[in-house]
Design a protein around this ligand. Sequence first.
Ligand code: FES
Length: 111
Amino acid sequence: MPANTTPLHWHKIAESLLEIERVKGNPWQVRIAGRDICVVVHNGKAFGCAARCPHAGGNMAQGRVNDLGQIACPLHQYRFDLRTGCNISGEGYFLKCYPVEENDDGVFVGL
Ligand code: FES
C-alpha cells in the first residue's frame, strides 16, 4: 500500500513556543479547522495530539506530561507517547498525533 502523500495544511497557532508556555497554557487546547487539538511544549519542542482521549474522551489538555514526554489522560491515567501516540501504559489505544513546527513566522500545526 502506498504511503499517505496527502500534503499537510499548516495552521498558525501562536507567535512562539514561549507564548504557548507562558500565555496559552501547557498543555493547551486549541480548535483548528473544526478539530480540537492538544498542544504540549516539552523540553523545547512542541507536540500536537487529539484533545479527546481515544479511551473514553478525557480531555488531554487537562492531562499531565512526565519527564519522558508522555501525557497521561486525566480520567483513567492511560499514558501516551507524545511523539508517536503509542499507548505506553499498555491498554491498546492509539492517540492521534499532529506535527507542530516553530519557525521565524510562528508556531504551526499540520493537519
Ligand atoms: S478516558 Fe482517557 S484513559 Fe480513560
